[in-house]
Design a binder for this molecule. Sequence first.
Ligand SMILES: NC(=O)c1ccc[n+]([C@@H]2O[C@H](COP(=O)([O-])OP(=O)(O)OC[C@H]3O[C@@H](n4cnc5c(N)ncnc54)[C@H](OP(=O)(O)O)[C@@H]3O)[C@@H](O)[C@H]2O)c1
Length: 391
Amino acid sequence: MAVEKTVTVLGSTGSVGTQTVELLQANPDRYRVVALVAGRNARLLAQQARALCAERAVVADPVAYPELRDALAGTGIEAACGPDAVVAAASLPAEWTMCAITGAAGLASTLAAIKHGKSVALANKEALVCAGEVMLRAVAAHGATLLPVDSEHNAIFQALADGNRASVDKIILTASGGPFRTASHAEMAAALPEAALRHPVWSMGAKISIDSATMMNKGLEVIEAARLFDLPSARIGVLIHPQSVVHGLVYYEDGSVLAQLGSPDMRVPIAHCLAWPRRIATNAPRLDLAAIGRLEFSEPDLDRFPALRLARDALQAGGGAPTILSAANEVAVAAFLERRLGFLDIAAVVADVLAAMGPTEADDLAAVLARDAEARRLSSIMCVKRLAKAA
Ligand SMILES: NC(=O)c1ccc[n+]([C@@H]2O[C@H](COP(=O)([O-])OP(=O)(O)OC[C@H]3O[C@@H](n4cnc5c(N)ncnc54)[C@H](OP(=O)(O)O)[C@@H]3O)[C@@H](O)[C@H]2O)c1
């Protein structure tokens, strides 16, 4: 079989990245791997690069480089390190790039991949939230195709495939509700990272797991959907759906509702993006609706999950507000994971930073990076203040 696509995976050692690598390993004749990129996990990266016969493997953290270089010695696979090498790897010609680095750290490499004008599978929602206009302008200028990896956006992408975009009334993103779906305010106030990381449905990286617990993840996804599908906040609904098998729904003006269903398994949307516009087989469990029996849906509780409201407000405010929201949240989540902040303080810090920075613009990359840096600085200060207050 002739190779169908050359591919690069940014963030190959993470949750999305390893599932992408698994699909590539299962289809060695279809895909040829150009580059794999990780943060610092040199051991796993080297294993992946050898297994997939990648041309290049890159770690962002120079401290991890000697281990990577030694593990790849004699293989012919090029090893490199540092943030510039990450962007250089994303700039190598590949027909399909998975962008699965977490947070704004993935922005520069995602932009570099977009500049090929080929297919970009976007898992890194924070890049699109923090630099939406910049990214969408680059997509248009270079003729790239953004393929949504997030299961909800992938579902909407599939449900929009009949091409009648002008006839869409609204879309719905579903949310599992996370580990605190039924928790009291007091339980949430006392929650430790171990409990917040224990997602009832999805097994994911630490940052997105905490975002799911606060429902900031769904807020980021509302902004992501607004950018991807060019819809205002009012036409993007969110429903809590604990079974997580209906991932997204599109309501059309004739009363039809198209939904995409599947077992909650990221290999399904990743495979959809990888093979698009075709399909490939996965080992994901087949959906057994009779065994599930009941599908439940309810409105989210914005009092217990204020992050969702904050994200909608930031989308509405526009300018630099989504950049600030995402950057402040990254810092607050890191502080919570390091036990320097309470669970409910995450959204409170984000709200404080948004209020302190007020209306701002972020219409080019320099402005985005400036808003991002200032929001991180303020968020660090607010985290310290909240810790001092709690002591
Ligand atoms: N996990 C999911 O099911 C899921 C679903 C939908 C969307 N997403 C989105 O996909 C993205 C990745 O999520 P994840 O759960 O896969 O995260 P993760 O497990 O934490 O993996 C993050 C990946 O990025 C790498 N990385 C971190 N910092 C880096 C840097 N500065 N430069 C280069 N690489 C860096 C990590 O390398 P090391 O391993 O070496 O640290 C790892 O390979 C996030 O934006 C998330 O919101 C995830």
